[in-house]
Design a protein around this ligand. Structure first.
Ligand SMILES: [Zn+2]
Ligand SMILES: [Zn+2]
Length: 350
């Protein structure tokens, strides 16, 4: 099969390798769509040495959807069969450690140990930039007949946005600031809407901020407005009770914290380049909570249901599609945010 393989940092190769064979609890799927994730360029640049990946070569890619082709024995006993339409996520917990036993399998104590059953596809385990993808059944879910594969490949990031928004402990009517109007920010709008948010304010700029507005958010252009002042103005001076931080810069994170109301929650997903100072005095005296979120524990099936409520918005997020062989062009458009790109999909079967 054809695959895009990372042989060393920055060394991607479109190559031909054997089709994988499923293990006992695994399926091998024909990959119909694989979306480029914001994390992928960082992995490709080699920014996480000896971690993502632990060793080369690695097939990146973890936002994928396709059709089950071959099924391991126990996976078949659980009801998985050839022809099932599915989508995947990256994390598979070991299933035995204390964190997995609490359902917090993205924090698995055996992270990185494939010998104990842990996987993170496209990060250190082999991923989906290929014609076929081998996955444990814990990391896939069935998709509705009428969900197309491009949308289905976005269920991984949508389920991350959902985890992040749920972890803000949003209540119906709460005003929310979503800081950042990239893919995660736009998906977070849909999650906040479905959880009954009051005002949804989004800080961003350009084309992406226009999409945020089309999704029902109040746009705040950080290039020509003071985000904190604007949020205060829109919330009667209080600030947003829930802040969803998807900007990932030092300035953006500070802005997120400064925009939250007393007793509020800042729920974060971005990975800034390093540690940054935060206003601890205010965090203590105003009981502000900063919540980190790692990926999407147990939110994949919820995200699939949620996406069905927003078919037009989900389609709007997908701006480009390329055969897998044109991955160089696809990355250029995605990384450069060229041509008003949001989710860029590669099609291994074309
Ligand atoms: Zn991703
Ligand atoms: Zn575990």
């Amino acid at each position: 099969m054809h695959a895009v393989r990372l042989n060393a940092p920055e060394q991607l190769e479109y190559c031909s390798i054997p089709v994988p064979v499923p293990g006992d609890m695994e399926v091998v799927c024909r990959v119909e769509s694989v979306a480029i994730c914001g994390t992928d360029p960082h992995i490709i640049h080699g920014e996480f040495p000896n971690f993502w990946p632990k060793a080369f070569p690695l097939i990146p890619g973890h936002e994928w959807a396709g059709v089950v082709e071959t099924v391991g024995e126990s996976a078949a006993a659980l009801g998985w069969k050839k022809g099932d339409r599915v989508c995947g996520i990256s994390h598979v917990g070991c299933g035995h450690c204390a964190m997995c036993m609490q359902g917090r399998y993205t924090l698995c104590d055996n992270y990185g140990h494939e010998e104990f059953g842990h996987r993170q596809y496209g990060h250190y385990s082999q991923g989906a930039y290929a014609e076929y993808m081998r996955s444990n059944v814990k990391a896939i879910a069935r998709i509705p007949e009428d969900m197309d594969f491009n949308v289905a490949s976005c269920m991984d990031p949508l389920s991350i946005a959902l985890h992040m928004v749920m972890r803000s402990r949003i209540q119906p009517g709460d005003d929310v600031l979503i800081n950042g109007s990239g893919g995660q920010g736009l998906m977070a709008i849909l999650c906040a809407r479905s959880l009954g948010a009051g005002k949804i304010m989004v800080s961003g700029s350009g084309f992406r901020l226009e999409v945020a507005q089309q999704f029902g958010a109040i746009p705040i252009n950080y290039r020509d407005e003071d985000v904190v002042a604007k949020v205060k103005e829109l919330t009667g001076g209080k600030g947003a009770k829930r802040v969803i931080e998807c900007a990932g810069t030092a300035v953006g994170i500070r802005q997120a914290i400064d925009s939250v109301a007393k007793g509020g929650v800042v729920s974060m997903v971005s990975l800034p380049g390093g540690d940054i100072p935060v206003p601890i005095r205010r965090i203590v005296l105003e009981e502000i909570e900063l919540v980190g979120n790692r990926a999407n524990p147990n939110t994949l099936e919820k995200a699939i249901s949620l996406a069905a409520q927003y078919p037009a918005e989900m389609q709007r997020l997908i701006t480009h599609e390329f055969p897998l062989s044109e991955y160089v062009k696809a990355f250029d458009i995605f990384n450069g945010r060229k041509d008003n790109s949001l989710k860029v999909i590669m099609k291994p079967q074309l």
